[in-house]
Write a protein that binds this ligand. Sequence first.
Ligand SMILES: NC(=O)c1ccc[n+]([C@@H]2O[C@H](COP(=O)([O-])OP(=O)(O)OC[C@H]3O[C@@H](n4cnc5c(N)ncnc54)[C@H](OP(=O)(O)O)[C@@H]3O)[C@@H](O)[C@H]2O)c1
Length: 279
Amino acid sequence: MKIMIVGSGGMLARELARQWSTRHDLIALTRQELDVSALENVRRAVKLHTPDVVVNCAAYNRVDDAETHIEDAYRVNALGPRNLAIAAEEQNAALVHFSTDYVFDGKKTSPYLEYDAVNPLGVYAKSKVAGETAVRDHCTRFFLVRVAWLVGHGGRNFVEAMLHAAKEKKAVSVVTDQVGTPTFCADVARALHTLLETRAFGLYHMTGNGSCSWFEFAEGIFRQAGLNVALTPTTMAAYARPAPRPASTILRNLMLELTVGDTMPHWQESLREYLSTRG
Ligand SMILES: NC(=O)c1ccc[n+]([C@@H]2O[C@H](COP(=O)([O-])OP(=O)(O)OC[C@H]3O[C@@H](n4cnc5c(N)ncnc54)[C@H](OP(=O)(O)O)[C@@H]3O)[C@@H](O)[C@H]2O)c1
């Protein structure tokens, strides 16, 4: 397959390229090589490279900054996928676009399924919902993949933040009242590869199995890394940040389960793999 990855400098993009480069003809374009917010440039790139699949890894992910940089968030998270959807459709390519657990308000007391109603709380979340809508509106062959709490090599992620904090400080405080599903880029790359070959287009949750609070995630990281760190619980209210966060976004990978089987490992197993392959 000829696969074009855009936003290829990002954390998930680099893992996709690492796993897929030997099996596929890959074209990887960084932000400097292709700005997804420029429709004509996007059209030109897709026409030039004639990919079978375009994978959009470009995103504005700074959840708190998005509250004040609204145009920037929408430019990347809504116009970007819209432009790619238009261009992919014109060239008969399929589009993979990633979304987030933050499309939900976090009030559901059981795991969210793909077709639960979205209710985004902040600007970042709203811009990601706009991106989902744009993909549905403008192309017919898409995989819309919701991931959450991503961890991948070489990226800014919670595991690296905790390991860094452990080095710098004696005590670390982490929230107990936000719960979700840590998801490792290596697992997404494997599951998405299987899914791509089915051409069973549509909306998918693709998150790690098992769920935890950020506090429990930090406990798991320190336990597995063999670090003795004084970890103190805190709450979202005490750790006030500009953007609202959904309290509980445990996603169930129902569509994946029904299509190819849910092969996403438990987050503790993936954490073990991540720590053992960390450079
Ligand atoms: N990270 C998470 O915890 C998380 C959680 C849920 C969902 N997701 C979603 O998963 C996907 C992958 O996330 P990630 O963590 O791998 O993202 P990431 O590491 O932040 O990478 C995003 C990439 O997009 C690039 N980019 C930004 N604006 C662009 C533009 N206008 N045109 C082209 N490229 C642009 C960035 O380049 P610069 O670095 O030069 O700006 C960066 O290389 C995203 O859709 C994200 O919303 C992530």
